[in-house]
Design a binder for this molecule. Structure first.
Ligand code: NAP
Ligand code: HSE
Length: 428
């Protein structure tokens, strides 16, 4: 071995931090062959030391004082796994400024302030890596930056949140309640500290912002992404979807169109034979369309202790190699375009609309004429159950502009024949 070893600090020892600790232990013997050095965890930052004392070999490395890490000149690499914006931002920024490279799984931070942190990393000739921030164990950031770099990426579409995919899979495949499925996903370590980020689509929104920035070389931040979550999806919609030969998935999509970047997260009815339809449980899949490669699909565990640790450790090994080779600090952000982001009102889709309407002759004609007057054409109508004195209607539209469907729904909601618009889901 030609290198004396690299000292690292772990910030956080929760789900992902514990996984990283375990992989470090497992890989100890092989590190000299794989990275020509060995890694030594010198400090672990937590809030509550007592909680973690029995979980590691040497509890004396636990600390609640970040300064002991920042001021330790022997620490070359900081692995941030506490999550959220603060204090994670301050910790990462100060580590980079102190000449330490950083690996993080923090999509909140990268999606919002990645540009700024990259610049600080460049100025200080250190590395900032974040493979684990998108799709857990699936390698997607490195392939986009390296193996697919010679492509003009046209579109990215995928399932990038393990918690919501777990919930929707359990509801679809086992008829489980939403609340029970969310409790299981939380217990399995898939959900964020506040699972609102998962179920409202914000986590997937952050991930697709990160992917779009890399793929299109143009900054896309979380605020640019249109997000809708899964909280309004009911067992009834899942059953209607099944009868239509479809499944409901929370899909993140980014497309570089001639009118700008379209970037959104929302539930989507996809055909049962679509490759994303069979991605189940905590698995994620990301489909990339490039001008040279055409279609590539990446598939694997999108969340959880060990799969996420795998992605974190890939980055750690990669930086360790650079430290050994003395080439740290040559990573570039590669954001050199400024493409506008399209407003959701100007995007197009087909829609599934479930509504409760008055049960009397002529109602369907009234609804059809409201749609027609707003440039929305109907492709399919299903009239199913009676609810009290009302009828339940499911309408599938042709592909229309979002603003036309929204205008039509506003008029329908105030019409005397419509009792309630229950659900609106886009159809692929
Ligand atoms: P977690 O289980 O909640 O663990 C967070 C850890 O950070 C805990 O050890 C906690 O210590 C520590 N911590 C939190 N705030 C702190 C602070 N202010 N100072 C010091 N320590 C602090 O979270 P996680 O699931 O491992 O997620 C960590 C990061 O990875 C997040 O950015 C998340 O989005 C990302 N991620 C998670 C997954 C996943 O499957 N879970 C997958 C990909 C990416 P205490 O217990 O003492 O508070
Ligand atoms: N809460 C996230 C998810 C963790 O469920 O996908 C992985 O980023």
């Amino acid at each position: 071995m030609s290198h004396e070893g690299i000292n690292v600090a772990l910030l956080g020892l929760g789900t992902v931090g514990s996984g990283v600790y375990k992989v470090m232990q497992r890989q100890k013997a092989e590190m000299p062959q794989k990275i020509n050095t060995h890694l030594n965890i010198r400090r672990i930052l937590v809030r509550n030391i007592a909680k973690y004392q029995d979980k590691i070999e040497d509890p004396s490395i636990l600390t609640t004082e970040y300064e002991t890490i920042l001021e330790d000149a022997q620490i070359d690499l900081v692995i941030e796994l506490i999550g959220g914006i603060e204090p994670a931002y301050t910790y990462i920024r100060s580590a980079l400024e102190a000449g330490k490279s950083v690996v993080t799984a923090n999509k909140d931070l990268i999606a919002d302030r990645g540009g700024e942190l990259f610049q600080i990393a460049e100025e200080n000739h250190v590395e900032l890596r974040f493979e684990a921030s998108v799709a857990g164990g699936i390698p997607i950031i490195s392939p986009l930056k390296n193996s697919l770099a010679a492509n003009e990426i046209r579109k990215i579409m995928g399932i990038v949140n393990g918690t919501t995919n777990y919930i929707l899979s359990k509801m679809t495949e086992e008829g489980m309640d939403y609340e029970d499925a969310l409790a299981e996903a939380t217990q399995l370590g898939y959900a964020e500290a506040d699972p609102t980020a998962d179920v409202e689509g914000y986590d997937a929104g952050r991930k697709i912002a990160i992917l779009a920035t890399i793929a299109f070389h143009s900054r896309v931040i979380f605020r640019d992404v249109y997000t809708e979550g899964i909280t309004k999806i009911t067992a009834k919609d899942i059953s209607y979807a099944r009868n239509l030969g479809r499944v409901i998935k929370l899909i993140a999509m980014a497309e570089n169109t001639s009118e700008g970047i379209e970037v959104k997260v929302h539930p989507l009815l996809i055909p049962q034979n679509h490759p994303l339809a069979s991605v189940s449980g905590s698995y994620n899949a990301v489909y990339v369309d490039g001008d040279a490669v055409e279609d590539v699909m990446f598939y694997g565990r999108g969340a959880g202790e060990m799969p996420t640790a795998s992605a974190v450790m890939g980055d750690v090994f990669s930086i360790a190699r650079r430290i050994v080779e003395n080439s740290v600090g040559s990573t570039r952000d590669n954001v050199y375009r400024s493409i506008p982001v399209k407003r959701i009102e100007n995007t197009r889709s087909s829609y599934y609309i479930r509504m409760e309407v008055e049960d009397k002759p002529g109602v369907l004609a009234t609804i059809a004429s409201i749609f027609g007057n707003n440039s929305v054409s109907i492709e399919q109508v299903i009239q199913k159950n009676k609810i009290d004195n009302n009828a339940e209607l499911v309408i599938i539209t042709s592909s229309v502009k979002e603003r036309h469907i929204k205008d039509a729904l506003l008029i329908l909601e105030s019409s005397s024949v419509v009792r309630k618009i229950a659900t609106l889901i886009r159809v692929y």
